[in-house]
Design a binder for this molecule. Structure first.
Ligand SMILES: [Zn+2]
Length: 417
């Protein structure tokens, strides 16, 4: 039904009903376009008198009025545009002029949206590519990206003001194996605190420096992977915190010795020959890496048979299990016993593949054992976050700009409701 705009509301017709905008402090002046696919409504701020921002006196003198198009959420599937009669006031007390603002509107340079549409966009930006959102709402890609960055910056600034007792630090890449960024998370709330370019000492130091001494002193535990550069930054800025290496990273270190031994001994033929590998040893490679206390009778029997074929592999497996007992230990003393057991085993029969691990243990012993003094904290929450970020990267088809990635990643951890 085509209706002509008329003064004093919609024309008389049988299927008329009133649509409420549900916007605070907004008065509808007139519905100017009322088509099945589009609604356009002229609106005005409900206040007549405003306070002059220059002198604080009240004024109601309108100098002039401009019309601003503001995109809103849809009404019953119809795209909706508000035409805001934005007033410029002139103050009688000081003579200054000022343009009015409205709490329900977010004004960009050229594009303007209602706060609730902005919220919808920012929420959907983690589920859909921006290009798709731009098409859906007939808005510019850059507008949505700028809005997301602005919104994210405000949310994160608020989060960063609070204290953080457990700080988690991890790295991720914008694309596979290059363009790395450092992700910082509050370990207690799961809130993202920052995404900074690179994964070196400068990246982490820069973040900590910006947070200031007081904030750094509030950090009691910091969890990272086994990166030397992060450790250097932590020693410089978080001297009072206990540094823990994330358990999952340590487990990878522990596994490396056994994996290398298996790789050496599994080869029975030259390259290209078939079979090149000992089939049983190769096929059971994941079974070999499982913790002994998690094996059922059947798995244990199969593993024992395979380990029986090669004494070096059997010894490597024993050493690997001894390392796991460092974590399984109930306390520090028991963990030390497990470590001693490992070192004894290593020197009884030295496997060259375990030499680098001895160096690592010497270098990172404090950070590995700190696990027992920090209520057995792991980076589990961070790993979960990384899974979410992986999904985001797929949704967005990869990122080139670390700021755009950061803005969206921080809104995702935790997700904006
Ligand atoms: Zn004034």
């Amino acid at each position: 039904m085509e209706t002509s705009p008329s003064k004093g509301g919609a024309p008389m017709s049988l299927d008329v009903m009133t649509v409420r905008l549900h916007l605070r402090r907004i008065r509808v002046v007139e519905v100017t376009v009322d088509r099945p696919e589009r609604l356009e409504v002229r609106v005005r701020d409900a206040r007549r008198v405003v306070r002059c921002p220059h002198c604080g006196f009240r004024t109601d003198r309108v100098h002039d009025t401009k019309r601003l198009k503001i995109c809103d959420v849809t009404y019953g599937g119809r795209s909706t545009v508000l035409v805001w009669e934005r007033r410029r006031f002139r103050c009688d007390a000081c003579g200054e002029r000022h343009l009015e603002e409205h709490p329900e509107f977010v004004l960009g340079r050229r594009t303007h949206v209602t706060r609730r549409l902005a919220r919808t966009l920012v929420r959907d930006v983690n589920r859909l590519p921006i290009r798709e959102l731009a098409r859906r709402w007939d808005l510019g890609w850059h507008f949505i990206m700028t809005l997301t960055r602005w919104w994210s910056a405000r949310v994160v600034a608020e989060r960063r003001r609070g204290r953080c007792r457990i700080l988690m630090v991890d790295e991720t890449s914008l694309r596979r194996r290059h363009r790395y960024v450092t992700v910082l998370l509050n370990g207690e709330t799961g809130e993202g605190l920052g995404v900074v370019k690179h994964r070196d000492e400068k990246a982490l130091s820069g973040f900590l420096q910006a947070q200031g001494h007081r904030w750094c002193r509030s950090v009691k535990v910091v969890i990272t992977d086994g990166s030397e550069s992060y450790r250097a930054a932590i020693r410089r800025h978080l001297g009072g915190a206990t540094h823990v290496v994330d358990r999952f990273h340590v487990a990878r270190w522990f596994a490396s010795g056994l994996v290398e031994v298996r790789r050496r001994i599994q080869r029975i033929g030259s390259k290209g020959a078939r079979p090149a590998y000992h089939p049983d040893i190769f096929r059971s490679r994941y079974l070999q890496l499982r913790r002994a206390d998690r094996l059922d009778a059947e798995a244990r029997e199969r593993l024992e048979r395979i380990l029986g074929t090669d004494p070096e592999l059997a010894h490597a497996w024993e050493l690997y299990q001894a390392l796991h007992r460092i974590y399984l230990a109930a306390d520090d003393a028991e963990a030390n016993q497990a470590l001693a057991h490992f070192i004894d085993g290593h020197y009884t029969r030295t496997l060259p593949e375990f030499e680098p691990l001895i160096d690592t243990l010497l270098k990172w012993g404090d950070e590995i054992f700190a696990f027992h003094h920090t209520h057995r904290i792991t980076n589990g929450r961070l790993e979960g976050t990384n899974a979410k970020l992986g999904v985001l990267k797929r949704v967005a088809y990869g990122f080139v700009n670390h700021r755009n990635f950061g803005a969206r990643a921080l809104l995702l951890c935790p997700a904006v409701p």
